[in-house]
Design a protein around this ligand. Structure first.
Ligand code: DGT
Ligand code: CA
Ligand code: CA
Ligand code: ZN
Length: 581
């Protein structure tokens, strides 16, 4: 159980009580409890598990008991019972953008709506528009959110399935009849979202392994279980396929099931030109009229297949048929950046704005992770909801950071700001204050709905400021929740190259922004990347590994990433005037 999961349970209870028409004070207590859990300084989950929550402001006795049950057993009976009072489809409505508890309550009471499907019908028949407080405009908006929801409903975040996959692989590896096991498919290629998971094992006992796979603790239900394959649905709702093959077939099957389909198609046509047909079981001579070819006999790894076809090994992240096969043939594939190349990072928040850990705690965790430096960039004053810092508070924070630095040995905190890019492209702070910072991330946090050319000009204007070191989350997208704002990537990349502004690769699992599809172009124009966690807690710093996978997918090398450089080099870089970097 994580802090966020605990907070979400309380929030859902508040929502359900509200739907039931319970006393508003009770509802508010749960909602405030969720906030308290989120913002508490200290290990609240552990405290709850040990039943040591007494004395914490905002948590009454009833709430403390519930948190204790939740943290120590992983679930809460009160919550489960409450949930059972509602039709399961209702919970889907919570995921729709712009549909708060009040509206859900009205829809439920007036029209008996308790699923997205029924809501869609009602909108299409114009019934929703006639409800008090709704109207035509709201009805159209709801239909829009439903369309978006349908588009997102069958995909999962790479970042949220990763721990699950790691856990399953660990268990499968201990199976006595499994000699090799890997996750293939879009997960292995590090796509930002995945539809389903594909596992591959090498075994002499395929049927037994398939059966055992269906009994893994992560499994909720079995879809199919056969001689060499199985399909299950996991508890989080994702489908998960297993293929069991022989050790000899394993490299071919791994190549095939890693994909992408487009990569496979291109690879197969390359093989055909060499007189071979390639499929998931191996090579075969490609048919009548084709001169005989010696089949590879000593082939154990995927690497050997590429080599046999005259290609460099192609890392899974690159397998999207976007030029990787041609580059592998010319022996021009990049050497991709790795997690252990990182020496530090930028863009993290503290309790001073909307983070949940202090400067000291963030610094400790960064040191624990082996980093030489960490850039602090709390929000600026215009982002009021995130408790953005005004000039006086930022000035004080700069002094705090300088004082803390004097207590560290080799480690360094860099004083920065995630400064808002205002509507016209000017910044939330003046140059005088910005010039005192070690670095500055500029981001858009409001007025998302500008026309594309205006938004592009707005961002470019911010990048022209000599104090803006890097651009934060370029599109503001929230994967599987909302699309990014309209921007012209190509123009922003050109402007970044011209102004020597770094573009951030934001590692938040919902962002992974700038998108991987644009990084090769940026790199080729000489734009530097910074792999930034956008951490709002010490846990957030652990997302760097996810960001590195996406950077690899964008063809980035170690030298393309600022934070692979050691402390002294980064310090010198930040002191150099922007135009000369
Ligand atoms: P996903 O699950 O939609 O996120 O993406 P993938 O790439 O994991 O797709 P999936 O699970 O349907 O299939 C896994 C891999 O199997 C895919 O990347 C390539 C291979 N594959 C599946 N169907 C075909 C096909 O019709 N032709 C070829 N060449 N390969 C296929
Ligand atoms: Ca898949
Ligand atoms: Ca699949
Ligand atoms: Zn931001």
């Amino acid at each position: 159980m994580t802090r966020e999961e605990m907070a979400e349970v309380l929030e859902e209870i508040a929502l359900l009580l509200e739907l039931k028409g319970e006393n508003p004070f009770k509802v508010r207590a749960y909602r405030q409890g969720a906030e308290t859990v989120r913002n508490f300084e200290g290990e609240i989950v552990e405290l709850a598990a040990r039943n040591e929550l007494e004395g914490i402001k905002g948590l009454g006795e009833a709430l403390r008991d519930k948190l204790h049950e939740l943290a120590s057993t992983g679930s809460l009976k009160f919550h489960q019972d409450l949930r059972a009072e509602f039709p399961p489809g209702l919970f889907e409505l919570f995921d729709l953008q712009g549909l708060g508890p009040k509206k859900i309550k009205t829809l439920h009471e007036a029209l008996g709506i308790s699923s997205v499907e029924r809501l869609k019908e009602a909108c299409e028949h114009g019934k929703v528009a006639t409800l008090p407080g709704f109207g035509e405009k709201t009805q159209a908006k709801i239909l829009e959110s439903i369309a978006q929801h349908e588009q997102y409903a069958d995909r999962f975040l790479l970042g949220s399935v990763s721990p699950l996959v790691v856990g399953m692989l660990d268990t499968l590896r201990t199976h006595p009849e499994i000699s090799r096991v890997t996750a293939a498919g879009s997960f292995r290629r590090a796509k930002e979202t995945v539809h389903d998971l594909d596992f591959l094992v090498a075994t002499k006992e395929p049927k037994l392994v398939c059966e055992d796979f269906t009994t893994l603790p992560q499994v909720a239900s079995v879809i199919a279980c056969g001689e060499t394959k199985a399909s299950v649905r996991l508890k989080n709702g994702i489908q998960c396929d297993l293929r069991a093959v022989s050790n000899a077939q394993f490299p071919y099957a791994l190549l095939y099931f890693t994909g992408s389909k487009e990569h496979n198609v291109a690879l197969r046509s390359l093989a055909l030109k060499q007189g071979l047909s390639l499929n998931e079981y191996g090579f075969t001579p490609s048919g009548p009229g084709v001169p005989p070819v010696d089949l590879p006999s000593d082939l154990h790894e995927e690497r050997d297949i590429y080599q046999f076809l005259g290609l460099q090994f192609i890392e899974p992240e690159l397998r999207e048929n976007r030029g990787e096969i041609e580059a592998a043939a010319a022996r021009e594939l990049p050497r991709l950046v790795q997690l252990d190349n990182l020496r530090g990072t930028f863009h993290s928040h503290t309790t001073e704005s909307d983070g949940i850990h202090t400067l000291e705690q963030m610094a400790d965790e960064a040191m624990e992770l082996g980093m030489q430096y960490l850039g602090i960039s709390d929000h600026s004053k215009s982002t009021v909801v995130a408790n953005g810092l005004d000039e006086a508070r930022l000035t004080r924070q700069i002094a705090d950071i300088r004082a803390l630095n004097a207590t560290f040995g080799q480690f360094r905190l860099f004083a920065g700001s995630e400064v808002d890019i205002l509507k016209d492209g000017s910044l939330d702070f003046g140059d005088e204050l910005l010039s005192q910072l070690d670095f500055c991330v500029a981001s858009v946090h409001a007025q998302f709905h500008l026309p594309e050319d205006e938004m592009t000009r707005r961002i470019c204007r911010a990048m022209e400021n000599e104090h803006v070191t890097m651009l934060g989350h370029l599109t503001g997208r929230m994967l599987l929740k909302r699309d990014g704002y309209a921007v012209n990537h190509a123009m922003i990349i050109d402007c970044a190259a011209e102004t020597r502004t770094i573009i951030e690769l934001n590692c938040n699992p919902r962002r992974l922004d700038m998108d991987w599809r644009w990084w090769k172009r940026a790199r080729d124009k000489g734009v530097l990347c910074s792999i930034n966690p956008d951490a709002h807690s010490t846990e957030g710093l652990h997302h760097l590994g996810l960001g590195v996978r996406v950077a690899r997918k964008g063809w980035l090398r170690k030298e393309d990433v600022l934070n692979t450089r050691p402390l002294e080099e980064v310090e010198a870089f930040l002191k150099t005037p922007k135009a000369k970097r």
